[in-house]
Design a protein. Sequence first.
Length: 341
Amino acid sequence: MDESTAQLIGYTAAGSLPVVLAGAIVLRYTGNRSLTTSMVALVLIPILSALAGMVAVSGLMFTEELHRTLVVLGVVAAVTVPAAVVLGRQQARKTVWEKQIRAQERAAEQSRRELVAWVSHDLRTPLAGIRAMSEALADGVVAGDADVTRYAGQIGREVHRLSGMVDDLFEMSKISAGALRLELEPVDLRELVDEVLAANRATAERAAVALHAEHPGTRLTVAADDRALVRVLTNLVCNAIAHTPPGGRVAISAGAGAGHAWARVDDTGPGIAELDLPRIFDIAYRGTAARSPVAADGLPVGSGMGLAIAAGLVRAHAGDITAENRERGCRFEVRLPLPRY
């Protein structure tokens, strides 16, 4: 290597290295903030370092060759910087999307583990009862007519409970798999409220809970699958009745405002623990003992998926469902978009 080549390399390195170091510092402090900024910096660093090397080699003399170099580098920067901005934004959106997908996959995996735990625990309870009573009948341990009738009735109740759990599991699996098919049509929300009120009045009376409904006198039309929406309101009302002590009240109300229709279920129960509120719509999540009712036989009421199913059905309607504590009891609210004409 002759002396002129060595000098050329030295001047080029002396001019470009500071630019590269400055670019590395910029990337260090902006890399975690903006992917677009990082892309632009990665494009500008080689261009500016080449320019600095050329200026150093020319001895800070504005020659014709340096002028041509500046023009070339300027055109390259004008073309590549906008491209880097566009590519950076696309990559940023892709990164955010991938993070969301991974978060959804982790949440789905957690839900699957909880669902498996629920199946292994809650389904085992009625099955064990049915097995024990059927074996007692088969072995002749129970012989009296009254006892046989009592055992048969208990087996029937356990089968009914088990059937409800399986139905809930099937419904939840369709929601989780995105296989739910709704038949949307104009539905009067007032009629659904009255239907749910009539269907659950006997249950409320047996629980010594006052159940009533309030809604506007005018028609309140939403685009919904009436069967699915009745299931949502029924789940919420049954949940409210189960958690309201005797002598309490449950109210169903409906109305509209701010471009959406709403239906609310208010109860006068113990409310929801603050730690439970974020997970109240999770699969098989019953929360604390205050929100975990039991039947007369000491077994949990329902499958533990009623609120999760309600939330999934509401989301399938492009709606929203929330739960909040009030001064006394709690409120569940379903919001559905009003049709645009």
